[in-house]
Design a protein around this ligand. Sequence first.
Ligand code: ATP
Ligand code: MG
Length: 449
Amino acid sequence: MEKSANQLLDKLLANQYEAYLVGGCVRDRLMHKPVQDFDIATNALPEQVMELFSHTIPTGLKHGTVTVMLEGVAFEVTTFRKESAYEEHRRPQQVEFVSDLQEDLQRRDFTMNAMAIDLKGTVIDPFDGQIDIAQKLVRCVGNPNERFEEDALRLLRCIRFAVNYGFRIEQATWEALLQHAHLLKFVAMERVRVELEKMLAGDNPYQALELLLDSQLLKYVKLELQFPFIKWKTADLPVYLRKLSQLDNPLLRWALLFYSMQTTSDKASRALKKLTFSSKQLKVIIPILNLEIWLHEQIDHALQAKRTPDKNDHVALSSSRVSVDRPDLIWKQAAIQFGKDTLLDWLSIKQIEFSELASNTSLDLKQSVFIVFLRSGNEWISEMPVETLSELDLIGSDLLTHFDMPAGPWVSEFLQRLLLDAAFGNARNQKNHLLKRAEIYRKELNKHE
Ligand code: ATP
Ligand code: MG
């Protein structure tokens, strides 16, 4: 990648243009971090760049950006520009091209992002970004009040760079950030999400939460829902959130976060949608929250049944008696209803919550049941013979043929019950056995009719 970047610079220089690597790639290189993408700044105009290279995509002509494809790698080549007319605290739609690199660097947000490197490796660093990197400081280029006022996305970028690199925020920059926190409401939700996702996926997600709360930035993310979380002070954060970084999958970090808010999964779902999370992401996060609620209900129910033993304490759908003495049965039912992945995800989240319980905390009965889940959950999962309808050795049409009855809701009801039977070991997962079992249900059905 580096070689292609140099080739690209070389070609621009050979055609009498100026060209430099700029922004994030310079920062990352100087910090000895892996470089994600190479941005190139040049005094060549977009049309001139397009003339020079055979594979180009006019990705952002209005902003002076052309994507150049070289040896399968995409490079963003942007004409030196300045951004003067900021509207509604966002970066402008139109920009003004300038002839000078210095002016281009000046429009950038933080000193560590306002450096360039030429082909010879000389660093152009007019705002002392290297000193700030050495001192581990995030500092705005120029007047921080103006910078945040111009483009409110920088509020989040500031926190993101600080936490992801383990930097402090320079005093004047921090004060300006506090003063302009309210401007965050002008930032498109999608961009807010991208920044929050990057922070939460980084090495210091807990520090991100602390800074987001200390700065009150979250208050200005227009979720139209008030979470207790937003009103929290750093001191109110549940201690187990300090272990957020132990979850490798960033989506589980989000799940733990919403879990810690003890909100309903409906509210969580609305908030995540508002934040423009994809339905694929929601499908990971929301079932975990639902499972937690479901398990509480099941355990409450079973505890109740234990207290009044001769009450009708069958859990709906199940043909086996679910009791707190047999948490594995609750668990198996959960596996069928929520799927193995969600169970594993829930386990890793619960693990974190419980690992932070003080050793002298006396557990209530429900917590003890959860401890059993944590100890044996993985084992139970590996032992489960079947957990989804597709694994069942029988399909709906087998039932229709066997009973010669018209299709109706009974088919899926029978299938669900048979699945539980197979999972609970009440019937072998073989068509003949399952059909025998189904005959019992058929008789029950007749009785009701
Ligand atoms: P990363 O790619 O790691 O998310 P980055 O700093 O490279 O971080 P990009 O969005 O790739 O972020 O932007 C490239 C460069 O453009 C930045 O380094 C910075 O110089 C400039 N830049 C990006 N966003 C802004 C902004 N909102 N205000 C000012 N300059 C910005
Ligand atoms: Mg970048």
